[in-house]
Design a protein around this ligand. Structure first.
Ligand code: ADP
Ligand code: ASP
Ligand code: MG
Length: 600
């Protein structure tokens, strides 16, 4: 018999009529012959109201007590939903996270799921009940109530779908599918028929609030197809599956993280290990760091800029204070009025001229780009918060995201969970933490060279000009980073195939004539080391583990970029093989095991 998990978000259970409507959807699904598990969120804005109540009493409420409080929101919803099912003449049983056996670690307010027991749910389903599970919560080893982080009911739903080997996981919400960007911010955004796990993962972690990003990690790991659709209409919605909607377009979505903060630290000694000493106290506080860019400066000193969610700026500055004792005098400056705007697409890895299109659109709108980082499937820029909404809109327009791609199919693909793969993974993870870091591989690419322009003016249009010229010369650019220009000047680095280095330098030298006082440096032989897999950003310590391994091997880090599915670090070419070995050893526990039990 098939099994469907249906998740109803806050707005979908905001009042008694909506609860009854959701109950009817579940009953209809059961009557069509499926076993049904409902996962429900707190009613309306109840979680926000509880957070506000806590703050009225205590500015820094203990995390354990926050979890005790916030979990009550979902408990109200499940009980009412069971009553609704009962009122409609059917059998429903409500269960809290603890009653289902959702075991988590003890990181209160952002706990990770370790395991879920299925016996009780399966027995209740077999007896003909609709099971109603409280989203967003679990219990730790000592039976403390934990919560999974805001928006975490999606993760409960997909995790339950994974362990129950459900045929589908339906996410009912207040929007009728996944859009190319938040339709509340950009009205011309287009609903996609489907989107790949990798693209949704990036978009979710870059600000697309429609799905909790950790839920997509589960979906990808266990091959759970997700169907995002409206609670209030019956139109088909969007599927999140392994395939992208189009193979031809470079960009499939855009997102914004509005509340970011930038931190720049000057005077960091430029030697192996410093970057690790700087970031490990930050990772120890579970802060997720993004857009790490370093500027190789003069006299053996470098400056490092990075972004964190603005609510995490205080603990980050605290952590930097701790690092300063090991690193000596550091000059720190920060700005908590910035936002990150990103574009995502599996197609951009195969096309050139994508970054310059984004930079040109921003330049034409007179929006200054404060920092840039790119990875294989995303480009992120940091802009002032004041200009962020405009930035999102112009970028959306620049890639014509409102139009369906020529090769897209408007029909939904078959909902076929890859049962074999999922079962394989389930076996692989038996007895292991379900949300543990899972890597595919550690690789090295030593075919590229680096070009850096030091001292470009920190004004709109610079990146656009540089990358338009480079693209016009037919040169394929891989990584781009632009540092924060502390003194009104930034530095812009990019990597190209080594064969194109001379040509790239020619292009850049020609351009540099119009930017006075710039200096061009290059490195003809670099090695890009990549760690790829699932959970690379939500496990906030991955980059730090890489830095630590490289520091031990005496290797200096030159460039970094992080994404959900891949972390890339550029080092000097000669150090490549040693760096690769160091990373393989450091991540042996997360890499797939070969048949004879030896780590690859
Ligand atoms: P729920 O309470 O059902 O979990 P959320 O508020 O968490 O609902 O998520 C739905 C909201 O996500 C939508 O109302 C929409 O404004 C926002 N959103 C952000 N990015 C996107 C996107 N790319 N596609 C669709 N909705 C998005
Ligand atoms: N009620 C929780 C929140 O508002 C969880 C969820 O809705 O997904 O964050
Ligand atoms: Mg949500």
């Amino acid at each position: 018999m098939s099994l469907i998990v249906q998740k109803f978000g806050g707005t979908s259970v905001a009042d008694s009529q909506k609860i009854l409507a959701a109950a009817r959807k579940a009953i209809r699904c059961q009557q069509e012959g499926h076993q049904v598990v409902m996962v429900v969120s707190a009613m309306g804005k109840n979680t926000d109201a509880l957070v506000a109540l806590a703050r009225e009493i205590n500015d820094f409420p203990p995390a354990r007590e926050m979890d005790m409080l916030l979990s009550t929101g979902e408990q109200v919803s499940v009980a009412l939903m069971a009553m609704a099912i009962n009122a409609l003449g059917h059998h429903g049983v409500s269960l809290t996270g603890g009653q289902i056996g959702i075991r988590t670690d003890s990181t209160h307010t952002k706990a990770r799921i370790r395991s879920i027991s299925t016996e009780r749910v399966q027995r209740l389903l077999d007896e003909g009940n609709i099971v109603i599970a409280a989203g967003f919560q679990g219990i730790d080893e000592d039976f403390n109530i934990t919560t999974l982080g805001r928006g975490g009911s999606d993760t409960t739903a997909v995790a339950l779908a994974a362990v129950l080997q459900a045929d589908a996981c339906e996410i009912y919400t207040d929007v009728d599918g996944v859009y190319t960007t938040d339709p509340r911010l950009v009205p011309e955004a287009r609903r996609v028929a489907h989107i790949s796990y990798d693209e949704m993962l990036e978009l979710a972690s870059l600000g697309a609030g429609v799905m909790h990003s950790r839920s997509i990690e589960f979906a990808k790991k266990f091959s759970v197809p997700i169907h995002v659709r409206s609670s209030f209409t019956d139109i088909p919605g969007s599927l999140i599956v392994s395939e992208p909607e189009s193979r031809s377009v470079p960009v499939s979505g855009a997102a914004m993280t509005k509340d970011e903060a930038r931190i720049t630290i000057a005077g960091v000694p430029d030697r192996p290990g410093c970057i690790h000493e700087l970031f490990s106290p930050i990772a120890a506080r579970n802060v997720s760091v993004d857009m790490i860019v370093q500027n190789v400066g003069d006299e053996g000193k470098t400056d490092i800029s990075f972004t964190v969610p603005s609510v995490e700026m205080a603990p980050t500055l605290d952590a930097i204070g701790e690092a300063a004792s090991a690193l000596g005098r550091l000059a720190v400056n920060h700005d908590d009025q910035v936002s990150k705007v990103s574009v995502v697409g599996l197609g951009m890895a195969r096309q050139s001229g994508v970054a310059d299109r984004m930079f040109r659109a921003l330049a034409d709108a007179k929006i200054n780009i404060q920092m840039i980082t790119t990875s294989e499937i995303k480009i992120s820029v940091l802009v002032s918060r004041q200009q962020s909404l405009e930035a999102l809109r112009v970028v959306h327009r620049a890639f014509h995201l409102e139009r369906a791609p020529g090769d897209h199919s408007s029909t939904l693909p078959e909902l076929t969970p890859s049962a074999r793969d999922a079962a394989d993974v389930a076996t692989q993870l038996q007895g292991v933490h379900m949300e543990r870091l899972m890597l595919d591989q550690v690789t090295m690419d030593d075919s590229q060279a680096r070009v850096t322009i030091v001292g470009v003016p920190d004004t709109p249009g610079v990146a656009a000009r540089v990358f338009e010229e480079v693209a016009a010369a037919g040169i394929f650019v891989d990584m781009i980073v632009q540092s924060y220009g502390n003194d009104g000047r930034a530095s812009l680095s990019f990597t190209v195939p080594r064969d194109n280095l001379a040509h790239s330098l020619e292009v850049v030298r020609r351009l540099a004539g119009s930017f006075p006082n710039t200096k061009i440096t290059n490195s003809p032989h670099i090695a890009k080391l990549s760690v790829s897999g699932i959970g690379l950003r939500s496990h906030t310590d991955v980059a730090v583990r890489m830095f630590e391994a490289l520091a031990r091997a005496g290797v200096n880090v030159a460039m970094i970029n992080t994404s959900e599915v891949r972390v890339n670090i550029v080092v000097d070419g000669a150090a490549g093989p040693a760096a690769l070995q160091a990373l393989k050893t450091a991540f042996a526990d997360a890499l797939p095991q070969s048949r004879d039990g030896v780590h690859r």
